[in-house]
Design a protein around this ligand. Structure first.
Ligand SMILES: Cc1cc2nc3c(=O)[nH]c(=O)nc-3n(C[C@H](O)[C@H](O)[C@H](O)COP(=O)(O)O)c2cc1C
Length: 286
């Protein structure tokens, strides 16, 4: 690991199946650069489950500030980030920040990540939620779902990096309050988020099916799997827990990887986005 003279020595840790969170992390790095800091980007995407569970946390000892980035999945941070945070050793007086990318409802995600970090003794300096294309929406043509993060969203991410450096360098450091991160949503949305975070909620997300008849064994599905649970023997087969990112479905050139119930999601998504009045907004919380 490279030691830096600049303060804070920063690690940005992300998991990004579809690439939005990684893109936002790149913009955030620019903000650090503008303040003379070179953060280390630790991209956990593509690490198999055992590597995430066995992450060498001692490699983080030299950092002053950890910035965690995750997509929102069912109103929470994605499971590999949750596992990473759960295994993080407790610390005293270390700093952290969190950011999520999301397509429609960020739900409990920022609060969830910040709570896991603060349980480990981290002071939360700031949080950001950045709107991005919804990686589960296959058929919605509205700009909101395909053209984000926009230039403005990315500029906000750059500002986030810059402000984090400012905050760590100035005395009288102000932490973000947990109350600010709590979603102030209607009861119905809160119940929906809570339900979706359970085993039953996740079970509603369509499963991926593989069809031998149309599979050409190109292996693109296995390459695209961010938790490396697909094996070709000789046809694709899941050998671990699927996070339902649907990368394999998107990338398959012959439609052999498919989600038979995806129309249910597309329909319910359209309904939710109409009932849910608030437009998704990118925002920084300090
Ligand atoms: C299984 C799944 C669940 C999702 N759940 C939510 C959600 O609850 N709220 C939301 O706003 N976006 C949700 N999304 C959209 C992602 O949060 C969004 O597309 C994110 O930018 C993806 O990040 P990535 O490109 O780094 O993978 C979900 C996407 C998937 C695939």
């Amino acid at each position: 690991m490279r030691r830096q003279n600049g303060f804070p020595r920063t690690a940005i840790i992300v998991f990004s199946p579809h690439g939005n969170t990684l893109k936002v992390a790149g913009a955030m790095k620019e903000g650090f650069h503008s303040q003379g800091i070179e953060p280390t980007l630790i991209d956990l995407t593509g690490a198999p489950w055992h590597e995430i569970r066995g992450f060498a946390y001692s490699t983080l000892n030299d950092y002053d500030l950890l910035v965690l980035g995750s997509p929102v999945y069912a109103g929470r941070v994605i499971e590999p980030i949750e596992i990473f945070l759960s295994g993080l050793p407790s610390t005293e007086a270390k700093l952290a920040a969190v950011f999520v990318t999301y397509g429609l409802i960020s739900g409990n995600a920022l609060f969830h990540a910040a709570k896991l970090l603060s349980k480990k003794g981290y002071e939360i300096l700031g949080a950001a939620k950045i709107v991005a294309s919804h990686s589960m929406v296959f058929e919605d043509e509205r700009d909101q779902f395909i053209l984000r993060p926009s230039q403005e969203d990315l500029e906000l991410a750059t500002t986030f990096g810059r402000v984090l450096v400012d905050k760590t360098n100035h005395s009288g450091l102000k932490r973000v309050s947990m109350d600010m991160l709590k979603p102030k949503k209607s009861l119905a949305v809160r119940i929906f988020n809570k339900f979706m975070a359970t085993r039953f909620g996740m079970a509603l997300l369509p499963h991926v099916r593989f069809t031998k008849e149309t599979c050409i064994q190109c292996g693109r599905c296995a390459e695209s799997c961010p938790v490396k649970i697909l094996t070709l023997d000789p046809y694709p087969r899941q050998v671990g827990d699927c996070i339902r990112c649907y990368n394999c479905v998107r990338i398959c050139p012959t439609g052999a990887c498919m989600t038979p119930r995806m129309w249910v999601f597309d329909m319910s998504h359209k309904i939710i986005s109409r009932i849910y009045k608030e437009d998704p907004l990118s925002a920084l919380l300090f």
